[in-house]
Structures are given as C-alpha cells and as structure tokens.
Design a protein. Structure first.
Length: 278
C-alpha cells in the first residue's frame, strides 16, 4: 500500500500546533493577568500588608513549600512572579531591576490577604539584576523564608532529569517520567561550589538574619508539621496549620539508578562539596 508522502511529517506538525496553541493561551492568560494587576494598582486603595518572600534555588522543593504555606490563614501568594513561563510572570525572563521590582509590587498589591507572598528563585535575581539590598529597601518590613537542599548532588541530578523529561512538577494524578542521565563531574562541581557560595552570601544578609528563617528541603519533607508549627507560622504570627499538598515526589529512586555513570562520579557525589547544611 502506498503511503502519503506527508505522513511522516504529521506528528511534527501536530507538535508544532500544540506548542503554538500553548503559547497563544499563555499570552492570553498573561494579558488578562496584567489587566488585573493594573486595575488593582490604580483602582484599589493600597492597604498595608506583610510582605513575604520565599528565596530558593531551582529543584530545592520551593513549589512544595509554596503549596504548604498557601494554606496558612490570612496568607495569599503567587508561586512565581518573575518566571516568563507562567501567566503571573513577565513576557521576558530578563527585566531591568526597577521594572522587576514594580512587577513584584503590583503583584502583591493585587492580592487581598494581610500577608502577601511570592517565590523568587536565585537565578531570577541574577536575570533581573536584583539584589537583596534593593528588594529589602523596597519592602523594608518583608519577612523571608530561605529554602535550600542539603544534598547538592540530588538537586543537580533532579534538574538534569527535569530538563530531559520536561516534567518539572508532579501532581498526585499524574505519572512520573523517568530518565537516566550522565553526570559531567566538572559541571556538577561548579554547580555545587556556586550554590554553596550563593547561599552563604544570602544567609549573611541582615534582613535574612533579622526577619527570616532558613529551612532545608530534607527537613521539610520529613517533618512538614514541625516546620509549619515551629518555624513558618511563628515567623508570620499565624496559627499553626496541618501540612497538605497535591504534589508528589518525582525522584524516589537512589542516585545509582538515575545516574548512568554513577561508578565514575560516586566519590564526588558522596564528597563534602556536594553537601551543605545551615
């Protein structure tokens, strides 16, 4: 049987159509959100509120943390406001610092709760030329939650797997995508060194020391009740809540099963360079 010469191109064409429709939907939802921000900024009175910023690095469990704190009474938050891949974010990943600060201010103004928060990833600070000094000068009463991951090897591999599978979040009604990756030891070492230095710099800032707390991902997943009861809710002067989430852990297998060249990089993975604790 003869096959149409266009048959092999159909899957690619369908993928392109799906991508285009997703991009158009994102543009439409972003336009609606921007209209909401502008109307809230210009037409609604600016009542005082308590700003809250969650500062984290990619694949450190920040989405899980945001899901937990979204259930704190009197608190509203956006998961991310500087990510260009979500409607709440800007059109481009890079903004001048003043525009980024204005977008954060308008985003928080659009919320109504007495405590208003959002997540800021460390690479978004870099993309927008933001510093903790400028953020804290704009929000001098802000409180902070700094989230980090003790196992930098786990964090690095998690990022590489998510990049390969295009699955960044796993809900409880979805199936986890699997991928085995090959670790470049030089790339992992550079990642660990930069991440450690960045967190040490952030945690030394007076705003974090005076009005913030630091949590590890490992403690958050093993004792979410304690984290909320003993650390997060006291920081916010809020009553304790029970942890609840619709998210699932994406990478449950040991690193030896996710890293194709594990034997070659095992010494690096288990070294002190690939761990941090604050």
């Amino acid at each position: 049987m003869l096959r149409s010469s266009t048959a092999p191109s159909m899957p690619r064409r369908l993928r392109r159509m799906k991508f285009d429709s997703h991009r158009l939907m994102l543009k439409w939802r972003r336009a609606l959100h921007q209209a909401h921000l502008l109307s809230s900024w210009w037409l609604r009175s600016h009542a005082p509120y308590q700003p809250l910023f969650v500062i984290a690095s990619a694949r450190s469990g920040s989405t899980l943390l945001m899901d937990y704190i979204s259930r704190v009474p009197g608190l509203q938050s956006y998961c991310e406001v500087l990510c260009n891949l979500v409607p709440e974010g800007p059109r481009k990943p890079r903004l001048p610092a003043q525009k980024a600060l204005l977008h954060i201010r308008r985003s928080l103004q659009a919320l109504r709760a007495p405590i208003r928060g959002c997540k800021l990833l460390i690479h978004q600070f870099e993309n927008c030329g933001l510093t903790l000094d400028t953020l804290d000068a704009t929000f001098p009463s802000a409180k902070y939650i700094v989230l980090y991951r003790e196992s930098l090897a786990e964090q690095f591999v998690s990022f590489e797997v998510a990049t390969a599978t295009k699955q960044w979040i796993l809900f409880d009604n979805k199936e986890s995508k699997r991928a085995q990756i090959t670790v470049d030891p030089n790339k992992m070492s550079a990642f660990c060194q930069k991440t450690r230095q960045t967190y040490e710099f952030i945690l030394a800032h007076p705003a974090i020391q005076n009005r913030g707390i630091v949590l590890s991902y490992e403690r958050l997943v093993t004792d979410p009740t304690g984290c909320l009861r003993d650390r997060i809710c006291p920081l916010l002067d809020a009553p304790p809540v029970r942890p609840k989430t619709v998210l699932l852990k994406q990478n449950a297998e040991p690193l030896a099963q996710r890293v194709a060249n594990y034997a070659d990089v095992a010494d690096l993975i288990t070294s002190a360079l690939c761990r941090q604790a604050y």
